[in-house]
Each structure stands twice: as structure tokens, then as C-alpha cells.
Design a protein around this ligand. Structure first.
Ligand SMILES: [Zn+2]
Length: 98
């Protein structure tokens, strides 16, 4: 499905210096290399399960596929617990009563 709506498109850069494509306020990151001027971009939320992608050719967006999904999913936060455990084991290691 290719949207016929006029959507604002611009190029940007992530804070790591990687190219970012912004289509209608949604950010895409490049997936693979540009081949014969054609690049494939995947939604920045693709690791949350979003299947949206865009195809560009010579810096023009020629196709946008799939609508955005899964943007509101939150990654399971279990790191705080791990950090706590680390903290306690550190105290134990530092103790000199062993
Ligand atoms: Zn998306």
C-alpha cells in the first residue's frame, strides 16, 4: 500500500551520526547499503515490532509500506532489579569479615 497523501519528508542524522529519514514525523533508519541509488529504510521502532518501511531512490521517497504498529509497546523493564542485586553483592564482596 502506497499512501497518496502528501507527507512531509526530510533527512536528518541520529546522535550517532547515522542517517535518519523522517516521514510525516516518523523516523526511519537505513537498513543495508544504498544500491544504485536505492535505499531501504525501516521504522526506528522496528525492534518493537513495527513493520513500516520506506524505499528511497536518489533521495526521493518512492514507496512507503505498512502502517506503524507497536509504537506504544514498552520494553520489559527488569534491569532495575538486576542492578539492585549487583549492588548488594558488591557490599558483600567489600566486607572484610570473610
Ligand atoms: Zn513505526
Amino acid at each position: 500500500m502506497v499512501s497518496r497523501d502528501i507527507i512531509a519528508v526530510h533527512w536528518s542524522q541520529s546522535r550517532f551520526g547515522n542517517p535518519v529519514l523522517v516521514i510525516g514525523g516518523q523516523r526511519y533508519r537505513r537498513c543495508g547499503q544504498i544500491v544504485y541509488g536505492r535505499g531501504t529504510w525501516r521504522c526506528i521502532k522496528s525492534d518493537l515490532g513495527c513493520k513500516s518501511y520506506a524505499i528511497t531512490q536518489f533521495n526521493h521517497v518512492i514507496a512507503v509500506g505498512n502502517s506503524h504498529t507497536s509504537h506504544n509497546k514498552k520494553k520489559i523493564v527488569s534491569r532495575n532489579k538486576k542492578r539492585k542485586n549487583l549492588f548488594y553483592s558488591k557490599i558483600r564482596i567489600n566486607g572484610k569479615g570473610l
